[in-house]
Design a protein around this ligand. Structure first.
Ligand code: SF4
Length: 94
């Protein structure tokens, strides 16, 4: 199981944090979801980010390349998240 709450160091590797635009960091993408998704595809902490969104019930925005509707759909399928399922969810979005 990923340890997303006790150790948020994964955020240091967030690709969206590498831009000069502070509004790009971790989900400030709401005006341009497609731009956000392009960042997420190349991000090495995508699984951690998506799991964070699931476990903290983030209601809006793009996390790990999935918007809120896609996250709700994935969670309905398997409400008890497992690390392997996170990777399974992301596979079609690679
Ligand atoms: S997956 Fe996307 S939103 Fe999450 S940290 Fe990476 S680039 Fe940012």
């Amino acid at each position: 199981m990923l340890n997303i709450f006790d150790d948020a160091e994964w955020r240091n590797d967030a690709l969206c944090a590498s831009t000069d635009d502070p509004f790009m960091y971790l989900n400030f993408f709401e005006d341009d979801n497609e731009l956000a998704r392009r960042f997420c595809v190349g991000c090495k902490v995508r699984e951690e980010c998506l799991e964070y969104a699931f476990r903290s019930n983030q209601p809006y925005g793009i996390y790990g390349g999935l918007d809120e509707r896609e996250r709700r759909k994935a969670k309905r399928k398997k409400p008890h998240l497992r690390e392997a399922y996170i990777a399974e969810i992301l596979a079609p979005y690679a």
